[in-house]
Write a protein that binds this ligand. Structure first.
Ligand code: ISL
Ligand code: CA
Length: 557
C-alpha cells in the first residue's frame, strides 16, 4: 500500500488487506491437467501461476482438493488433511502454496464442514452402530410413524434428505447427496475436530477459507429448519475464537439465505465472525418460484440494479460485500447476464466493469476473465454433474420432456461452468493431452487464454486493468456508492465518492444503441479509467452509447 493510501484521511474504517484484493476461483478438476489423465490437478495449477500473476489477482480460492470419492467432485470429503490422488499429493500442495506466495498470491481453501463423505472415517465408524463413539457426529433419527423417513425434508439435489441405514434401522440426514451425510454441529466433538483441522491448515500458511453452505450448520431438522438455525452465529463466533482470532485470514461464507440484516451479523466489524459472505439475490432473482433454476424468468435490469444497489447501501457503514457474477455452480456470466454471440467481448467487459467498480471484494471465476461461455451440450450423456443428473431423473419421471430438460440445463446446469479451461487452440483447448473428464466447449479455437493474453483489446486485459485500478485507487475500494436512473431499463449509472475523488460508471447493458439524458450532477470531466470501445473523459448532458458500451471516469477536485 502506498504512503498516500495509508494516510488518506477520507478512509474512516480500519483497512483490511482483503479490502483491495481480488480473488480468483479455481475449480481444480477443470483448470489444467499435467499428466494426461483428463483431470485437472495441482501441478497443472502450479504451471499456470505465471498467467495468474499476469492477471494480477491476490488470492486463489481453490474448490476442494481433499481426499474424496468424488460423488460431488470433491464437495464430499473423506479426509480433510490429505489430497485426492487425482489432484496430487500434500507435497504438491505445499509447493503450490510456496510458489504462489513467491508471487504474492495467497491460497484460500474450501471449508466443507456442513457434511462429509460417507467414506470419511467418522461416518464409517458412526454407521457401525448406535453405541459407536462417532455415532453422534451425524444426525440420526428413528423412522416416522409410517415406518418411512422421519419427516419430509428434501435434499437440495432431489429426493428425501433422509437415508435409511439398514443395519441400525435409523435414518441419517443428508441435505445434499446421500453420500454427503450432514455433520451434527450440536456435538462439541464435531466442532473441536473441525477447529483443529482448520488450525492445521492455517498454521501451514493458507490465507483463509471459503465456507461451503455455512448458513446450514445450525440446522434443526426436527423443526425442518435448515438455514439460519438458532445457534448458527454462536457456532461461527466460537469458530472465530478457536481458529481465526489472532490471525489475519480472509473468510467468506457461502450463504444462500443471507439478507442485508444477517449479512451484518456475519460480517459486522464487532461481530468476530467472517470477513464477508456471498449473497445470491442477483442469481435467484431470475429463478422461477416453483421450478427454481430449471425454469428462469427474463432478464430485468431494473430489478438487477435494485438488488446491487440495495446491497451496496446495506453494507455501506459496516460489514463488507463480496462481488461475483459466477462460480462453479452457476452459469457463465457472459451467457447469463451478457450476450455470448456478437457482443460477447463488450458485454463481458461491461459486466466486469459494473461489478468491479462496486464496493466489496471481487471474485473472478476461472475462464470468466477470457469471456468463456456456457456449455452447449445437446444430450444428457454429456452432463456429469450429480445435481443435473438427479434432476434429470426426477423431472423426467414427473413428466418433463427431455428437450425441455436440456433447455433448462443449457441455461443453468452447474456443468456450464465446469468445462475445461481453454489454454490454447489445441484439441480440448490444450487442457489435457488425453481425454477430458467433461467435454471442452466447441469454441476453444477462438476463446482461449493464449489468444486473450496476446490481444491487448481482450477481455483478459480488461480484467487485468480493473484488478490493478482497485490497488491504486482508494475511491474504488472505499468510496460511497450512489446510483442514478434506477428505472432505466438499459443503462446502469452509478458513482463512487471518496474525499475529492469521484468515479462515474456509465454502462449500456443491452444490445441496442441507447441515447441517455444524464442527471445534471453527472455531467463531468476527468480521466478515462476504463472503457469498452474508446476512452471517454467527459460527459455531456446527452450521451450516445453503443451496444454494451461502458466506461468509467475519475474526477478529482
Ligand atoms: O448450485 C446450486 C443452486 O441450485 C446448488 O445446487 C448448490 O449445490 C448449493 O447452492 C450449495 O453449493 C455448495 O455446496 C454443495 C456443492 O455441491 C456445491 O458445489 C457448493 O458450492 C454441497 O457441498
Ligand atoms: Ca491430471
Amino acid at each position: 500500500m502506498t504512503e498516500h493510501a495509508r494516510l488518506n484521511p477520507a478512509v474512516t474504517i480500519t483497512r483490511q488487506w482483503w479490502h483491495s484484493s481480488t480473488v480468483y476461483q479455481i475449480y481444480p478438476r477443470s483448470f489444467a491437467d499435467s499428466n494426461g489423465d483428463g483431470i485437472g490437478d495441482i501441478p497443472g495449477i502450479i504451471s499456470k501461476l505465471d498467467y495468474l500473476e499476469k492477471l494480477g489477482i491476490d488470492l486463489i480460492w481453490l474448490s476442494p482438493i481433499y481426499a474424496s470419492p468424488m460423488d460431488d467432485n470433491g464437495y464430499d470429503i473423506s479426509n480433510y488433511q490429505d489430497i485426492a490422488p487425482e489432484f496430487g499429493t500434500l507435497d504438491d500442495f505445499w509447493e503450490l502454496l510456496a510458489k504462489a506466495k513467491e508471487r504474492g498470491i495467497g491460497i484460500v481453501l474450501d471449508l466443507v464442514v456442513n457434511h462429509t463423505s460417507d467414506e470419511h472415517d467418522w461416518f464409517l465408524q458412526a454407521r457401525k452402530g448406535r453405541n459407536n463413539q462417532f455415532r453422534d457426529f451425524y444426525i440420526w433419527r428413528d423412522p416416522g410413524p409410517d415406518g418411512g423417513p422421519p419427516n419430509d425434508l428434501q435434499s437440495i439435489f432431489g429426493g428425501s434428505a433422509w437415508e435409511l441405514d439398514p443395519s441400525s434401522g435409523q435414518y441419517y440426514l443428508h441435505l445434499f447427496s446421500r453420500r454427503q451425510p450432514d455433520l451434527n454441529w450440536e456435538n462439541e466433538g464435531v466442532r473441536r475436530a473441525v477447529y483443529d483441522m482448520m488450525n492445521w491448515w492455517l498454521d501451514r500458511g493458507i490465507a483463509g477459507f471459503r465456507m461451503d453452505v455455512i448458513d446450514l450448520i445450525g440446522k434443526q431438522p426436527d423443526k425442518q429448519i435448515t438455514a439460519d438455525g438458532p445457534h448458527l452465529h454462536d457456532y461461527i463466533q466460537e469458530m472465530h475464537r478457536e481458529t481465526l482470532r489472532h490471525r489475519d485470514a480472509l473468510t467468506v461464507g457461502e450463504t444462500w439465505s443471507v439478507t442485508p440484516d444477517s449479512a451484518l451479523l456475519y460480517s459486522g466489524r464487532e461481530r468476530h465472525e467472517l470477513s464477508m459472505v456471498f449473497q445470491f439475490e442477483h442469481v435467484t432473482q431470475r429463478w422461477d418460484e416453483v421450478f427454481g433454476k430449471w425454469r428462469s424468468k427474463p432478464f430485468d435490469l431494473v430489478a438487477l440494479k435494485a438488488v446491487f444497489s440495495k446491497w451496496q447501501q446495506a453494507l455501506a457503514e459496516d460489514g463488507w460485500n463480496s462481488l461475483f457474477w459466477g462460480n462453479h455452480d452457476l452459469p457463465r456470466a457472459v451467457s447469463r447476464y451478457g450476450e455470448d454471440g456478437e457482443f460477447r467481448v463488450p458485454s463481458a467487459k461491461t459486466l466486469a466493469t459494473v461489478l468491479h467498480m462496486m464496493r466489496g471484494t471481487p471474485y473472478v471465476y476461472q475462464g470468466e476473465e477470457i469471456g468463456m461461455t456456457n456449455a452447449s451440450f445437446t444430450s444428457i450423456e454429456q452432463y456429469k454433474d450429480i445435481e443435473t443428473l438427479n434432476m434429470h431423473r426426477l423431472h423426467l419421471a414427473a413428466g418433463l420432456s427431455p428437450q425441455d430438460f436440456i433447455a433448462g440445463a443449457h441455461m443453468n446446469s452447474r456443468d456450464n461452468a465446469r468445462t475445461p479451461m481453454p489454454w490454447t487452440d489445441a484439441p480440448h483447448g490444450g487442457f489435457t493431452t488425453g481425454t477430458p473428464w467433461i467435454e471442452a466447449n466447441g469454441n476453444v479455437g477462438s476463446i482461449n487464454a493464449a489468444a486473450a493474453v496476446d490481444d491487448d483489446q481482450s477481455v483478459f486485459h480488461h480484467y487485468r486493468k480493473l484488478i490493478t485500478l482497485r490497488k491504486t485507487h482508494d475511491v474504488i475500494v472505499y468510496g460511497r456508492y450512489q446510483s442514478y436512473l434506477d428505472q432505466h431499463p438499459e443503462v446502469f449509472l452509478y458513482t463512487r465518492t471518496l474525499g475529492g475523488d469521484r468515479v462515474t460508471v456509465l454502462a449500456n447493458l443491452s444490445k441496442a444503441p441507447v441515447v441517455v439524458e444524464l442527471p445534471g450532477e453527472i455531467v463531468t470531466g476527468g480521466e478515462a479509467l476504463v472503457w469498452t470501445h474508446q476512452p471517454i473523459s467527459s460527459l455531456e448532458q446527452t450521451v450516445s452509447l453503443r451496444p454494451w458500451e461502458s466506461f468509467c471516469i475519475l474526477t478529482r477536485t
